[in-house]
Write a protein that binds this ligand. Structure first.
Ligand SMILES: [Zn+2]
Length: 495
């Protein structure tokens, strides 16, 4: 899991402490936009199809708050252990950009929907606690499409307002993280929580979950924080790790040379594996925030918040603990099974169908995980599905088929789907468990392999494997390995 730091960074971190804080923007999975009835599914439509006078920012229109967006944000804030103040309001953040038709973004300034939360995770055996400054709600902007290469040949820019007004949560973390590894793990955990509670689809590549990082260095013995640099344009966990590693090296080299770090925004350029300066950092007063006059302040009473809290889905860390406590899973298995909610749901469905927890965990974390990775589709979304695996593991459990046959059927049916029991009948895959039939094959295997028989009788335990293999081969792989094993031992105990 942990990617080793480059040597230059390790030595930089001997002399300097990295102070990292992350800001995440996550689009909410609401049907409609934040302040109008347009569909929020902005990628499904032709450019500018999902727009109306409100999200196009035409004069004289009135925004209306999306109730579901408020609920999702409260849910997120609760999952991150935040306080929910009774009053919250929206503010205008004024700036000009072609993808922002109103000339301001409706956001939250001094009375955000939540504050003072935390996210805890374990990394390399250490518990890391990162404070959450606030979770607030705002609206997304439109998107720009530059015709041609942005830096060289583009002569036209096109604007698509489908994304304009999509509900966007901002999750501001405290500068409590101290390494690129911690930053990456924090993001993995945060994304996992948002997907678990069903408020965000966690897609970094498409930008529905995006991250900016603030990073500064200070001498190991310094009390004051260094000048922070904001890094943008990282669209994978790997990019976050690489960009922060690069910044630690760059800032350490500058500080070593006696240079002053400039407060600025830098963009990560994946193709060049470096950050480049974009602009000097703006400050809050540059935005001339003021209360949004078209929206009423909101009062979120205790019953409302309690109702959302009580309906909250079990979070991944708690679920992993429960799997260990109640189902006897290892720390590792519980972690792998709860990484994606759909896998954890599938596992619980298998267990509730009577499959032993350890068996279900082994299949989910090994063969199913490999197939899911190979075909880029989770079990629950595969044609075979959780139902298919349940029936397959029942055939395995009652001895109708053996392990190798079950693996072959799973591999064959994972993408195409189908009924394992029907294939077992059709192809005669049921195990040979008739002992008299097997005893004859055991007799033949011993006669055909006198060397292996002699070796086993002489104390070489592993020689038995060759004889088991011979019997399995004779049955076309359908014998019950444990029965073959027992019959061979009994036979070899006799002369
Ligand atoms: Zn609209």
């Amino acid at each position: 899991m942990t990617e080793a730091l480059a040597p230059a960074v390790t030595s930089a971190l001997d002399r300097y402490e990295a102070v990292i804080g992350l800001e995440v923007h996550a689009q909410l999975l609401t049907k409609s936009k934040m302040f109008c009835g347009c569909s929020a599914a902005y990628t499904d439509a032709a450019p500018n199809d999902n727009t109306c006078p409100v999200c196009l920012g035409l004069p004289g229109v009135l925004p209306v708050i999306n109730r579901q967006a408020i609920e999702y944000t409260v849910l997120t804030a609760l999952a991150l252990n935040c306080d929910i103040p009774e009053f919250t309001k929206f503010d205008r953040k004024n700036y000009f950009y072609p993808d922002l038709p109103k000339g301001y973004q409706i956001s939250q300034y001094d009375m955000p929907l939540s504050r003072y939360g935390s996210l805890e995770f374990v990394l390399d055996g250490d518990t890391v606690r990162c404070g959450i400054t606030r979770v607030h709600l705002e609206e997304d902007t439109g998107t720009m499409h530059h015709a041609g290469d942005v830096l060289q040949s583009a002569t036209q820019s096109l604007v698509d307002f489908n994304r304009s007004g999509v509900p966007l949560m901002e999750i501001v973390g405290e500068p409590d993280l101290r390494s690129p590894e911690q930053a990456r793990e924090y993001l993995i955990r945060l994304r996992q929580i948002l997907v678990y509670i069903g408020v965000n689809d966690g897609n970094l590549e498409q930008g529905s979950f995006r991250c900016d990082a603030n990073i500064s260095l200070r001498a190991r013995d310094a009390a004051d924080l260094g000048t922070k640099v904001e890094v943008k344009n990282m669209n994978s966990f790997r990019a976050v790790h690489h960009a922060l590693t690069y910044e630690i090296e760059r800032q350490a080299a500058a500080l070593d040379a006696g240079e002053v770090i400039r407060q600025e925004t830098r963009g990560w350029v994946e193709t060049r594996a470096r950050t480049v300066s974009q602009r000097s950092k703006e400050y809050a007063h540059d935005y001339r925030y003021f209360p949004e006059p078209d929206l009423p302040p909101l009062r979120l009473d205790k019953q409302y918040v309690d109702r959302i809290r009580s309906a909250m889905h079990e979070l991944p860390a708690a679920r992993a603990q429960r799997f260990m406590r109640e189902l006897g899973l290892s720390d590792y298995d519980a972690g792998v099974l709860t990484a994606e909610r759909s896998d954890a749901d599938a596992f619980e469905q298998l267990v509730s169908s009577g499959i032993p927890a350890k068996t279900a965990a082994n299949w989910m974390t090994q063969d199913v995980a490999a197939l899911a990775n190979e075909h880029k589709v989770s079990l629950s979304q595969s044609a075979f599905g959780v139902e298919g695996l349940t029936r397959l593991l029942i055939l395995l459990g009652d001895g109708t088929i053996n392990g190798p046959t079950a693996k072959e059927l799973l591999t064959e049916l994972y993408v195409s789907g189908g009924d394992a029991a029907a294939l077992v009948r059709e192809r005669g895959l049921a195990q040979v468990s008739d002992e008299s039939e097997l005893a004859a094959l055991v007799e033949k295997a011993v006669a055909d392999n006198p060397g292996a028989a002699a070796d086993f009788r002489g104390g070489k335990e592993q020689a038995l494997g060759r004889l088991v293999g011979a019997v399995m081969k004779a049955t076309g792989g359908k014998a019950k390995p444990d029965v073959v094993n027992r019959l061979l031992r009994e036979r070899l105990a006799r002369p």
